[in-house]
Design a protein around this ligand. Sequence first.
Ligand code: ZN
Length: 343
Amino acid sequence: MTVLQERIPWAEINATADLVSVVEKHVPVLLGKFNGRLSPEVPCPKCGGKTRFRLRLWKNGHLMAFCSHCAPRGLSAIDYIKWYYDFTPVMAAKWWMENTTVRVAPRQAIEPVPIEPLNLALALRWHNDMDVRAREYLYRRGMTDRWIDYFKVGYHTGYRRYSFPLIIDSLLWGIQYRLNPKIECVLKFLRCFETMENKVNIMRYISETGSHNHNIYGTTEIQKKPWLYAVLIEGVPDVVAMWSQGFPAFSTFQGNNRAKPWDLAWNKYLKNINTIYVIPDNDGGDKGEFFASQKVQEIGGRAHLHWLPKEYKDIGEFIQKDVPTASQRLTEMLMLPPMKELL
Ligand SMILES: [Zn+2]
């Protein structure tokens, strides 16, 4: 019996506690679903949010639990118990040490998952296989062949989705698949008849397994040369449409993340841009404004909000309204000249 044993090994508990088996008891739907790196998103045991709760192997090699609504910054093993049972930190740490059904695993370094690019051939295959009919939809969204080919946009016939790869320096870091809007229409129709047993799940975006989505789409292009301006928008397809219309643009690749709308580490990619116009989506609430103003704040002095006319949900809708006049209308709306060399 030594005094040392009285010490609460905070770091050790967080590093070694068997969080998976505890979470599997609290959230049975996750049983066997954690693959060593991540779990699917499921209803939150605490706030009841529908698809918000998940497990992730974090960058420090520790497992964390997240709920986008009530635990957006992530919960370590101790924080999780504190959160789940409304314990104090000391109670939560003691819970881990005393709970006989839970094994505090022997300390061993967990190998952080190496960040590796995906096989570029994957993206090129969908791009090269894309037929004229699939391209027609992209034209209707304001994209041109030059930029469709440049960004290697493609179509995955199995997924029935358009593929938007994130390629930086000839390496593939991720692919976002956007549901074919015709299929989306059918699913929306079927949703009218859904029952508790037969739910119609419309996932507009899915991403390739192993994608590194925490990234900027358009990062190579905006760094290529000094730009007078660039436009920060939401949604990867609209970035391709904006370049097609003569306007340098970029977006986050992962979509919006309430806990981290912008990563300060990305500011280094923006050095060559004189002024950055951030365009919020008009979503009827304050969500668009929230994300856009957070981005403006974190990018700093060169970033400014620029509002779309209220009748358009997003920049994509503005372009699609009438593609032949899109470049001219963008010029008037943004009060910026298009870059002729992009057209
Ligand atoms: Zn929650």
